[in-house]
Design a protein around this ligand. Structure first.
Ligand code: NAP
Length: 281
């Protein structure tokens, strides 16, 4: 049996955060405290937890976390008004609108209201397009985390066949483009895809970004595949059936402690990048 590599997200995240500390200190000597504003609309408990985790990670590194909690009854116009005030605030460098927002709010319109200079999660159409052209300042954090894990462990991408399961605008689509920009051959699957297990048999690299607990089974993947599980479902389970995929994969991310911590580290990195760019402008 070949040796298994567990792709340790905490290790990758700590490496990114260590590299950031000096930059945060240098900014603070110039009187600039990087600041991330997070907007939570409504009371979804999972979203509340994510926002809290992001705030705590900011504070540990000396990044200011400004939390804005809005009632679920807010209108799209009201939300856009809040975002525009943050766009104009010179002390705020990054804006994160926690997805999903309650039904009745036009999430796309709210995302589009975020200034490109503060779009630290790559959610605007312009940020998405820049990522497609491979010159985004801030690609979406979870796709960037997946690429960072591959790079940290020096897993080759060029010429490999990557199968991405999921095509959401914040995850499946941007990670497909990032893999394509790194010369992988990419197949992107979705809910209407036929014969998913057959397509997965072609994959050197599997990215699971579905939101369906344990959907991807060990006997669907090829011996020696590299498996990145972005899924995070109730009960701390991913979109991959970990035990059966571990038996087949050459490398795999666990859930938790895989893609999740690296996503947060990427958000911190983009906030620091944005703060540095703000003084260069
Ligand atoms: P999403 O917006 O619900 O998108 C899910 C995608 O999966 C859609 O493209 C959907 O296809 C596809 N899909 C659904 N059922 C499928 C099936 N049976 N076979 C193949 N494709 C199927 O979800 P998301 O926001 O991208 O999130 C995906 C997962 O990642 C969730 O578990 C979420 O919690 C997790 N996530 C984790 C992080 C992190 O930091 N680790 C960050 C963001 C999200 P259609 O387009 O046809 O509907």
């Amino acid at each position: 049996m070949t040796e298994k590599l567990i792709l340790d997200g905490n290790r990758v995240a700590n490496d990114i955060k260590e590299q950031l500390q000096g930059r945060v200190d240098a900014l603070s000597q110039k009187g600039v405290i990087p600041c991330l504003a997070t907007i939570l609309v409504g009371d979804d408990p999972a979203s509340e937890t994510y926002v809290k985790m992001k705030g705590n990670a900011c504070r540990k590194l000396g990044i200011e976390s400004r939390r804005i909690h809005l009632d679920s009854s807010i209108s799209t116009e009201g939300l856009i008004d809040v975002i525009q005030k943050l766009n104009e605030d010179p002390l705020v460098h990054g804006i994160l609108l926690q997805h999903p927002v309650p039904h009745g709010i036009d999430e796309r319109a709210a995302f589009e209201a975020i200034s490109i200079h503060k779009d630290v999660d790559g959610v605007t159409a312009l940020g998405f397009a820049q990522n497609a052209f491979d010159y985004a300042s801030f690609p979406s954090c979870t796709p960037a985390a997946i690429m960072a894990i591959l790079d940290y462990y020096e897993i080759p991408i060029e010429g490999k066949h990557a199968v991405v399961v999921g095509r959401s605008p914040i995850l499946g689509k941007p990670v497909s483009l990032m893999l394509l920009n790194r010369d992988a051959t990419v197949t992107t699957c979705h809910s209407k895809t036929k014969k998913l297990p057959k397509l997965l048999q072609l994959a050197d690299i599997v990215v699971a970004a579905v939101g369906k607990p344990k959907l991807i089974q060990g006997d669907w993947i090829r011996e020696g595949a590299v498996v990145l599980d972005a899924g995070y479902n109730a009960g701390n389970v991913g979109d991959v059936d970990y035990e059966s995929c571990l038996a087949k994969a050459s490398a795999i991310t666990p859930v938790p402690a895989g893609v999740g911590p690296v996503t947060i580290a990427m958000l911190l990195k983009h906030t620091v990048d944005a703060a540095e760019k703000s003084i260069a402008r």
